[in-house]
Ligand binder design. Structure first.
Ligand SMILES: O=P(O)(O)OC[C@H]1O[C@](O)(COP(=O)(O)O)[C@@H](O)[C@@H]1O
Length: 271
């Protein structure tokens, strides 16, 4: 066995310090485009500088990691996503992600983990799996944990948030060697408990999703998945689209790490 196993453990420990993590996802510039960044949030350095000393890790695409390294380097663990796609694609090609960087770039950037998406159930599942295992093979060589965005989506999937569908995606994720899994909220603590259960101990993190009506609403969802045994959340829009991104990040950290109630945590955001 190579030394990679040790590297993975060391790096996972830097992300999940107390076994939990709030990861700030900021790869929307490609998946959704500039429309996701109202007002001053269009400035990536400004947004990142508000959260790098609050969250446990940030997830960026390689080019953005390079562009903003003065803001995050040495302050917060970095996760680099090496797959992506734009929403400019023709409808029938939207359930395919393409390579968006290489694992050696991830290592060169000093990252603690690599991330890649798999749309389980997509017409392009085959290509996405080939891409996943390319990434996984390199990640193992370099001792990098691999975060899988396990997103079940496809013509046979009526409701991608359905607990049976999300469970399937998480089970497939652990069978494909994911060291960390990010997946959708299934709407309740008891249903999400069944998602965590199927991960057989691989850390499950909930994907934030579109901005909730209020931060309090979102904090209830965070509390719900933590009560279900999740190891944390990966959040983008519910932090950077909030009028006080720093406060929103602090509130989410308080629920995930300190077990604050949503109401108590909300006060952190108002400070
Ligand atoms: O696939 P979707 O729902 O358009 O969202 C993709 C985005 O959601 C994420 O997975 C998580 O970010 P959000 O918390 O904003 O949903 C991002 O990494 C990604 O850019």
């Amino acid at each position: 066995m190579g030394y990679g196993y040790i590297g993975k453990k060391v790096r996972l420990q830097r992300i999940l310090r107390d076994g939990k993590a709030v990861i700030f996802a900021f790869d929307h510039g490609v998946e959704h485009g500039p429309a996701d960044f109202p007002g001053e949030t269009i400035d990536p350095r400004k947004i990142l500088s508000k959260v790098v000393d609050v969250v446990d890790a940030i997830m960026l695409l390689p080019g953005m990691a390079n562009l903003t390294h003065e803001v995050w380097a040495g302050k917060v663990p970095l996760i680099v996503k090496v797959t992506s796609k734009t929403s400019l694609r023709p409808e029938q090609e939207k359930l395919l992600q393409s390579p968006f960087g290489f694992v050696e770039d991830v290592v060169a950037l000093g990252a603690e983990a690599v991330a890649a998406t798999v749309y389980w159930g997509s017409n392009f599942e085959d290509q996405m799996l080939k891409m996943w295992f390319e990434v996984k093979r390199e990640a193992e060589r370099y001792g990098l944990p691999a975060l899988q965005l396990s997103y079940p989506r496809g013509p046979a999937i009526k409701n991608m948030y359905d607990v049976e569908v999300v469970r399937y995606g998480v089970r497939a994720a652990i069978e494909s060697g994911a060291d960390l899994i990010k997946t959708y909220y299934t709407g309740s603590t008891e249903s999400f408990r069944r998602v965590v259960e199927v991960a057989a101990g691989v850390p499950v993190l909930m994907s934030g999703g579109a901005k909730a009506k209020t931060l309090l609403d979102f904090l209830y969802v965070v509390k719900s998945v933590m009560d279900a045994g999740a190891q944390g959340v990966v959040v983008g829009r519910n932090i950077f689209q909030h009028e006080n991104p720093r406060g929103a990040a602090k509130a989410i950290m308080a629920v995930v790490h300190e077990g604050y109630s949503p109401e108590e945590a909300l006060k952190m955001a108002e400070q």
